[in-house]
Design a protein around this ligand. Structure first.
Ligand SMILES: [Zn+2]
Length: 218
């Protein structure tokens, strides 16, 4: 299994930033490693859902926020700017799931859905599953309104500082993973906040920004 990120400030999304379609395709090609081409690249129209689609080949997979890959020759791509780029990998069954995990998707349980698919479709054992979370917006910059906590599923991440409320989505994510039995030693979290680390695209910092990508292949 291999995973990597596109270089900083290389926009790989058609729907964001201000690059032409040709430039985005070039950026995607330049973000690929080894001998992979755009033919190998599997990607989504991300809609903040809990839907995970199995990629049978490279190409556009439709609406969804997760890509499951169980064979070689396919490179999954998730586009982010503040949302969490998340990778689930079962080293024994050789299956991976790339996830676009924003607040809404995590609240809808997309990571839990990924774990469920690994368990039910591939008989994955939880101790063989490792989780990687890339740079994303962190509680230092993620001010939210009280309404975000209305249904209580994000309460674990609520931080009150004076009259402001911040969301630590990573705490919510860790709680979900721990409840399913994912071991702490198998969880790796990139320490960078996309909003205050200027090398990353950040939607909170700049609404017109591009997207960077998580890429993964078996
Ligand atoms: Zn920050």
């Amino acid at each position: 299994m291999n995973f990597w990120f596109s270089p900083p400030h290389i926009n790989i999304a058609f729907h964001a930033g201000n690059n032409t379609q040709k430039e985005v395709l070039e950026n995607r090609q330049n973000s690929l490693k080894m001998d992979y081409t755009l033919e190998n690249l599997a990607y989504l129209n991300q809609i903040h859902s809990s839907k995970i689609i199995k990629a049978k080949s490279g190409g556009f997979l439709g609406d969804g926020d997760g890509i499951l890959i169980d064979k070689k020759g396919i490179v999954g791509m998730i586009m982010v700017a503040d949302c969490n780029p998340i990778l689930l990998f079962d080293c024994q069954k050789q299956v991976l799931v790339l996830i676009h995990g924003g607040r809404v998707g995590i609240e809808k349980g997309i990571v839990l859905e990924g774990l469920r698919m690994l368990k039910e479709k591939y008989q994955s054992s939880i101790e063989n599953i490792s989780v990687y979370v890339g740079a994303s917006i962190r509680s230092c910059c993620y001010e939210v309104g009280e309404e975000v906590f209305r249904d209580e599923s994000l309460l674990k991440g609520k931080i009150v500082k004076g009259d402001k409320i911040y969301l630590d989505l990573l705490e919510v994510l860790k709680e979900q993973l721990q409840e399913k039995g994912v071991q702490d030693k198998n969880i790796t979290i990139n320490p960078h906040c996309t909003c205050c680390s200027l090398e990353y695209f950040s939607y909170r910092r700049d609404k017109h920004c591009g997207r960077f990508g998580l890429f993964a292949t078996l």
